[in-house]
Design a protein around this ligand. Structure first.
Ligand code: TXA
Ligand code: MG
Length: 343
């Protein structure tokens, strides 16, 4: 379905309820709507409408074997989708939901194959965003939604970024302001007895282990970045090549030297990183504020979208420690980078 003009629905007072009910009606009618969450913007459809769900894959250019997350507004709605809610779900829900945590459980017959890519499990998430929760409630159905980007590039964290990617491909973009977290939810598989981290996020492995009182295993492909430069597995790709420096003692010195090398070759270098790195001599700088993992996450995707190949030849980024939420930030940075410089 081609929509020549995607509608941008603002949710500022006093038009908020009207904007959300318009978006909800569109979802019920089988349309696609991009909507805000606290992590990143989602590209939503009625989970029970097969034609609409299939159009999500088409709009994003997403392979059909990559399952979608189902967004719910209540625990009761989550229970509509699964065989049963395991005890570990309740323990985690009590502490983190609504919030940036997606839980994978055994699905029931109500869930369409196209949503789960034929898997016996379904990923369920309750976003911590008032506009998203009201949208799901008004729609009256759970909303299947991947991130609202074109496949391969950074997820959108503002309505403008979602609009940029999806104009002409969706009925509407619902604007709920910038996403506060900035990277996608933690994905945890609860479908077997051992809890398995499928994607790191701001709710960290360590935190989940403390809450569950047991070890959380990490899926293998987690931080594995294919070594081949073949660009076969493209994720979060900026339009300018990104060089990532892993956390190391002489990070500043190494960055200054690297910037110097590019300058000698007449290349325009941009640096993305904490304020304390602003003075290293790069032609352009994008701030990650204090440089905490929370600030890195909040600014990362906008930074990756900010620079264009017309203005900048190379992007450099200092990495952070890969523990707690730092693991999630570094997971995205590793996947976005074309070169990684270790200690
Ligand atoms: O923060 C988020 O999770 C955002 C917002 C919009 O909620 N959504 C998001 O969706 O990041 P997406 O489609 O970009 O990423 C979903 C991830 C994929 O890695 C997918 O393979 C995995 O979740 N996933 C979905 N269903 C699954 C399942 N049944 N089993 C294992 N992994 C699943
Ligand atoms: Mg995505």
């Amino acid at each position: 379905m081609i929509h020549r003009d995607t509608i941008l629905l603002q949710t500022e007072f006093p038009g908020k309820d009207k904007a959300i009910s318009t978006a909800a009606a569109a979802i019920r009618d089988g349309e696609l709507v991009a909507f805000p969450t606290e992590t990143v913007y989602g590209l939503g459809a009625n989970v029970y409408d097969e034609a609409a769900v299939l159009r999500i894959f088409e709009a994003k250019g997403r392979p059909a074997d990559n399952p979608l997350i189902v967004h719910v507004a209540s625990i009761e709605q989550a229970s509509e989708l699964v065989m049963e809610l395991p005890e570990s779900f309740h323990v985690l829900a009590e502490k983190y939901l609504p919030g940036p945590l997606t839980l994978v459980m055994k699905r029931n017959a109500a869930v369409l194959d196209c949503v789960t890519a034929g898997l016996e499990t379904v990923a369920v998430r309750m976003p911590d965003h008032a506009v998203a929760l009201q949208l799901i409630k008004d729609a009256g159905v759970p909303i299947a939604a991947p991130s609202a980007n074109i496949s391969g590039i950074a997820s959108p964290v503002t309505a403008a970024q979602a609009y940029n990617d999806l104009n002409g491909k969706v009925y509407a973009v619902l604007d709920g302001g910038p996403s506060s977290v900035g990277i996608e939810s933690t994905v945890l598989d609860l479908s077997s007895d051992e809890a398995m981290l499928l994607r790191p996020g701001m709710i960290s492995k360590e935190e989940l282990e403390a809450t569950l009182g047991k070890t959380v295993n990490v899926a293998d492909d987690q931080d594995a970045k294919p070594r081949s430069p073949g660009m076969k597995y493209v994720h979060y790709a900026p339009t300018v090549p990104l060089v990532l420096f892993l956390a190391q003692v002489d990070l500043r010195t190494k960055l200054v030297a690297e910037i110097g090398l590019y300058l000698e070759k007449g290349k325009k270098v941009a640096l993305i990183g904490p304020d304390s790195f602003e003075d290293l001599g790069a032609a352009s700088f994008y701030s990650f504020g204090s440089g905490s993992a929370v600030e890195y996450a909040r600014h990362l995707y906008s930074a990756l979208r900010y620079f264009s190949a017309e203005d900048i030849d190379i992007l450099l980024c200092p990495g952070i420690e890969e523990t707690g939420p730092g693991l999630a930030v570094m997971n995205r940075l590793r996947k976005a980078s074309s070169r990684i410089i270790g200690p």
